[in-house]
Design a protein around this ligand. Sequence first.
Ligand SMILES: C=C(O[C@H]1C=CC=C(C(=O)O)[C@@H]1O)C(=O)O
Length: 388
Amino acid sequence: MDTLVSGYSKSASITASAPFLFYSNSSSVRCKGAKKVLERPLADPLFTQHLDELFTAEKALGVENPIVVGAIPFDLEQPTHLIVPEWFTFQSVPSFDMSLFNDRSFKHKVRAHQFFPEHDAFIHGVNQAHTLFGDTELKKVVLSRLLELELDQPVDLSRLMGNVMAQNPNAYHFNLPIREGVLIGASPELLIRKTADKVYSNPLAGSAKRQCHEEADVAAADGLWNSTKDQYEHRLVVDSIRSSIARYVGSKVIPDTPSLINTPTMWHLSTQIEGRLRDSNTSIFELIRSIHPTPAMGGTPSKLAKQVIDDVEPHDRCFFSGLVGWADSQGNGEWAIAIRCAEVKGAFVRLFAGAGIVPQSDPEMEWIETGNKMQTMLNAFGIERSAL
Ligand SMILES: C=C(O[C@H]1C=CC=C(C(=O)O)[C@@H]1O)C(=O)O
């Protein structure tokens, strides 16, 4: 069924009162309503002034430590969507058992679907990157694709979020009302968390699909660990973060070799980075400005990779591969990378997945890898892969 999903931008407004939710292993934020929305690029020199004005106004109303929640786009020149909530609660860890929300009866049929780009254009993009590896300084670029779906019925967002959480208990879960839809996901990747003078980052790069049978699954993990291509892809990300945080961080711990982590659908190479800020007043937004996008979402060197993405990808990523999270008026916060997520508007859905392309990448394998990454959200919707 290769029909154009035509009604995407026209779907009904269903989420005006949807909550903002962000659950991780270290913070749990629930918000309702939006007193104000800050829609300014992080790259705008006036961003900090506008944010400070919002916090000052909230403090004048008696909120001791106000917060903003929301999303920062992949491209820091594009506007953020940061909400000053009407109401919020904050806990260190979610106080409920996520597994209780698993809902196997939650299923959707696909009426129409379309990939952007389609298979051949994606392969062509990877081949273009290969040419640039030879002709320019480009070492790595993350190329992505979108899947647009029209489902048989409007999506029940609470049931979807329940499945997202229950099926991916160790992820960064988010539900963000955005324009007339929501951005919902279970990201495995932390860009940055800051608490007083401590900062953490957990970049992922290098992937293999999980297998049903244990022996095959262990072999997939071993294969990833021993892959020079994936180790290289990963090292570029860690090197970039190391140099971006150098001016802010005094002591730090960055393991020499990555570890393996898994989600229910994927294995990844992962590095846990910890550091202590020289100045604990450094705002998390300043750190984001210097780190994001890492080569796990952009590439190396960063500016050239961004140019290649703009030239090759037919779609605007907007918040996909950007960030979702929260920040308080003391400069603390936690921001996960907006991957393994979907934009939902009624019965219309957009999924996103990217893959790091390096000289050793095989174009067909990268197409398959991006499809495997979409499986996290397809499972949450109860959509059979055979439907596509
Ligand atoms: C861009 C995505 O994954 C990133 C995170 C982990 C592994 C990646 C990789 O192996 O290419 C990607 O850098 C995505 O899931 O859409």
